[in-house]
Design a protein around this ligand. Structure first.
Ligand SMILES: [Zn+2]
Length: 396
């Protein structure tokens, strides 16, 4: 889902040293004029920001002390890993989902990073520190996934490349990155329960409640086994995800979001192709999925890159399968089974995974990109992985 990203003056958003270097990059609804805010609005926002800083201090304390019975002091390592890569962590007063990780903005304006790489919290995440802990662990896992998983940069939202995953793989990818984020988030929040017992109750409506993860772990041979079981469990949560829709598994909702994003972006990518330029579509293999699961701690998806189930969507609805076929037809995309893998595309392009990711992270909008088919300022597509239901959807 695209949420408008409001630009805040740099000094107001400088919550963490050095994290705000890219905040001069304009985001979608830059035109939301601060001048229109009433003194009451400004006072309320200041109060909420102060509240967030206070809650983050509490959450930092919980995170630093997380100790896993099998792995030891994982909390500090997690905090350091995410803290060393994120560009920014802030509040978005207009945001409906409780939190979101922003990966790319398309197209980047001249000099703007394509890879935005920041976390925003909506007011809902600030209800209490436990809720913020839940949102933060989940979004930090997304941030870590994007540091090392090449397939997450082979993205239609990423102006740095013309190599992108197929529509099917975009849905598959969304499912795996949400599974990984919910599993690792529930694991870390379960470890916080000693310090913050209320977190169990607060996370009860999550696709993977802390209590569910605790039960799964208690019945598993080891943490790796628990992660694999929990990943299957969270995908199959039943609920009503959009207004008046039938009850369905949450994976269906992830697929619906992914199709929305993919379809919207394909139009821009297609319209912006220069003469002689082409988009290269690829499929993911097992190794690509394992890179996502390697975000932090044991791999959520095991260790077998040849496990066929890694690259198959177990419960793709007929409606979504139909939609994928329509997108393929509309844009002349080869059916997925006949596409090269990401690794094969890298070989053909004479690049490596590491170089591809490095180029993507460093890419900035060129002067010419402003002349491309740029959506209106208030609708510029920014990709983010949200926590919580879509705006207007009933809570799970
Ligand atoms: Zn997520």
């Amino acid at each position: 889902m695209v949420e408008p990203v409001k630009k805040e003056p740099a000094e107001d958003t400088e919550l963490r040293d050095g994290k705000n270097a890219a905040s001069d990059a304009p985001c979608a609804s830059e035109a939301a004029a601060p001048a229109e805010k009433s003194p009451e609005d400004i006072a309320r926002e200041e109060q909420q920001r102060a509240q967030m800083v206070q809650q983050l201090t509490t959450v930092d304390g919980w995170m630093e002390r997380l100790h896993d019975p099998a792995l030891g002091g994982v909390g500090l390592a997690f905090l350091k890993a995410a803290g060393s890569v994120l560009k920014r962590e802030d509040i978005d007063f207009q945001m409906k989902p409780s939190a979101g990780y922003h990966s790319f903005i398309y197209p980047p304006k001249p000099g703007q990073d394509s890879f935005s790489n920041y976390v925003l919290y909506g007011a809902e995440a600030l209800e209490n520190a436990e809720r913020l802990m839940g949102a933060r662990t989940h979004e930090f896992v997304h941030a870590l996934q994007y540091q090392t998983a090449a397939a997450l940069h082979a993205d239609p939202f990423n102006a740095a490349t013309n190599i992108m995953v197929s529509p099917y793989d975009y849905l598959l990818r969304k499912e795996r990155l949400e599974q990984d984020a919910y599993v690792k988030g529930a694991w870390l929040c379960a470890l916080a329960a000693a310090d913050a017992p209320d977190i169990v109750k607060v996370m009860e409506s999550s696709p993977l409640p802390v209590s569910t993860f605790q039960n799964i772990r208690a019945q598993s041979a080891d943490l790796t086994d628990a992660f694999e079981k929990a990943a299957r469990d969270c995908r199959n949560l039943l609920g009503v995800w959009t207004k008046d829709a039938e009850k369905t598994v949450i994976a269906d909702e992830w697929h619906a979001r992914a199709i929305d994003e993919y379809e919207r972006m394909m139009k821009y990518r297609h319209d912006n192709l220069q003469a002689g330029e082409a988009l290269t579509f690829v499929r993911m293999d097992g190794a690509d999925i394992l890179e996502i699961g390697a975000s932090f701690g044991p791999n959520t998806f095991g260790a077998d890159a040849h496990n066929k189930s890694l690259t198959e969507i177990e419960n793709l609805s007929p409606a979504h399968a139909q939609k994928i076929a329509e997108i393929e037809k509309k844009y002349g995309i080869t059916p997925r089974d006949n596409l090269p893998t990401l690794s094969e595309a890298f070989a053909a392009a004479g690049t490596t995974r590491a170089d591809f990711i490095a180029h993507s992270k460093a890419y900035k909008g060129a002067a010419a990109s402003a002349e491309k088919n740029t959506p209106a300022n208030d609708t510029a597509p920014a990709q983010q992985q949200n926590t919580g239901p879509r705006p207007g959807a009933p809570a799970p």
